[in-house]
Design a protein around this ligand. Sequence first.
Ligand SMILES: *[C@@H]1O[C@H](CO)[C@@H](O)[C@H](O)[C@H]1NC(C)=O
Length: 248
Amino acid sequence: MTNVRHWASFVAFLVCIGLSSCAQVEDPCKTKSRVVGDDKYCDKYWECDNGQSIQYDCPNGLVFAGKHRGVTEGCDYPWRSNYCEYPKVQINPPIGTEHCDWLYGIFGHETSCTRYWTCWNGTATEQLCIGGLLYNENAHSCDWPENVDGCQKHPLCNDDPNGNVPLGKSCNRYWQCQGGYPRLQRCPAMLVFDRRSLRCVVPPTEDCDVPTTTPAPPEEEDERPVQQQKRPANEYSEAQPGRQRPRN
Ligand SMILES: *[C@@H]1O[C@H](CO)[C@@H](O)[C@H](O)[C@H]1NC(C)=O
């Protein structure tokens, strides 16, 4: 295969000298798939149409992966494989829309470490990392907090990496930050969380008269970003467009 490719490059090189046109390596009309990637630009490809070699652009943000490969039109997200290795470059500039750096892609959330955007033709869909995972910009997927630069320490714990933080209006639940990772805690029976001293105290406090005995309603996903306890490895979730993961 490599030899064939080298041979093709060599032939193309001779053709280049002859025609002073080096836009592509192979003539797509001479290939079985009738589609070849451009040899300089990873977001362009050539297709054989009625015996003519025509150049096409991948959808904005995508690079050529091969016929019937990638996410659409033979094109894929650049990070999914080594589609775009030096000296090949993406030549088309990004076309951004709200939340999308490119029309197609997966992008970080502006304000949340647990959310991200999938963009399809410029339309953004908000996605959620579950089970305490955070969105990893480099992997374009949900990942363990310790692998996510800038998000290992949840913003909740910014003020004091080992302090307590009130949980909404709850009188008996609170966040306990441990080294920047928040864990959900409950005050011992008969005590309430005092948002002044940030401790569980004997009521009454300014906000809480008696300990609540009924369990608090489940928190918003954003409010329980990190549960460091046992998590099965299969909870690793790859961020994928159009596949919203169920909340749990
Ligand atoms: C992408 O969106 C534009 C308008 O926003 C539309 O004209 C075009 O047909 C869409 N393309 C695809 C492939 O859906």
